[in-house]
Design a binder for this molecule. Structure first.
Ligand SMILES: NC(=O)c1ccc[n+]([C@@H]2O[C@H](COP(=O)([O-])OP(=O)(O)OC[C@H]3O[C@@H](n4cnc5c(N)ncnc54)[C@H](OP(=O)(O)O)[C@@H]3O)[C@@H](O)[C@H]2O)c1
Length: 216
């Protein structure tokens, strides 16, 4: 059966997973790149962007595992791009260029309907306006037995957490304070929802914490 997984989700010590004021120049919000500083050095990330000098090691191995066995992704509209409100036209196709790193269907949650976009390399962005359950249903069907990864952003992960639909959540905890932005757990009692820390591993630039939903 497909699992719903969050992987490689960067978080600061004070609980932020995105900086404030996201725009075209700041896809992760102001200060947000600090959260992904562990990922940017990995062999995986650098290969993805055509640079061959990435580091192998714990961070890299965990980043690679996050992409294994994934048959579909779910993203929030802000992770897909900086545009808010109705789509002005069909020009915006994500931050990732002609060949995004997904290579499978990607379901984008939004209140603003849009036709699907086929990209090079097997990625297809499909826009879902009927909410998180509909997106999950469609993603599970598309994944055909493989797992579904919730890529983010924060509002999207928070909704799936609150609904207790996430089976595994891997956090890459970075030793930085962001001070403001999008807080992942604010107002959510993750423990009462039935989650526990199953494992933690210290990497080169982040501590990796794996939360798992208890069977209750
Ligand atoms: N730390 C990490 O590892 C990590 C990973 C991924 C992303 N991020 C960052 O997180 C930030 C984005 O997160 P975010 O919290 O701002 O937003 P988000 O979760 O990416 O997107 C939120 C938007 O998606 C749409 N949406 C969400 N749920 C919906 C629903 N149930 N029904 C219909 N539409 C829905 C709404 O857009 P509309 O109403 O406008 O359609 C909503 O405003 C970015 O800065 C990104 O770079 C961080």
């Amino acid at each position: 059966m497909s699992k719903l997984r969050v992987q490689s989700f960067g978080i600061s010590i004070d609980g932020y997973s995105a900086g404030p004021n996201q725009d075209l120049q700041n896809p992760l919000g102001v200060g947000g790149p600090e959260l992904m500083e562990w990922f940017f050095h990995t062999r995986m990330w650098r290969n993805m962007y055509g640079q061959g000098d990435g580091e192998a090691g714990v961070d890299n191995e965990i980043a690679e595992r996050g992409f294994a066995g994934i048959g579909a992704w779910i993203l929030g509209r802000n992770m897909f791009g900086p545009i808010r409100g109705p789509w002005p036209d069909d020009a915006w196709k994500g931050w990732w260029g002609d060949e995004p790193p997904y290579h499978v269907p990607v379901f984008v949650l939004t209140h603003h309907a849009r036709a699907p976009i086929k990209m090079k390399g097997g990625t297809e962005f499909r826009f879902v306006t009927e909410g998180i359950h509909a997106a999950l249903e469609q993603a599970v069907a598309a994944a055909d037995g493989r797992d579904v990864r919730v890529g983010g952003g924060v509002a999207t992960v928070r909704q799936y957490l609150r609904a207790r639909l996430i089976d595994e959540l891997h956090l890459a905890v970075r030793p930085v304070l962001l001070g403001s932005g999008e807080n992942l757990f604010n107002g959510i009692d993750v423990r009462a929802l039935g989650y526990e820390c199953a494992k933690h591993v210290v990497g080169e630039r982040a501590m990796h914490v794996f939360l798992r939903k208890r069977n209750v």
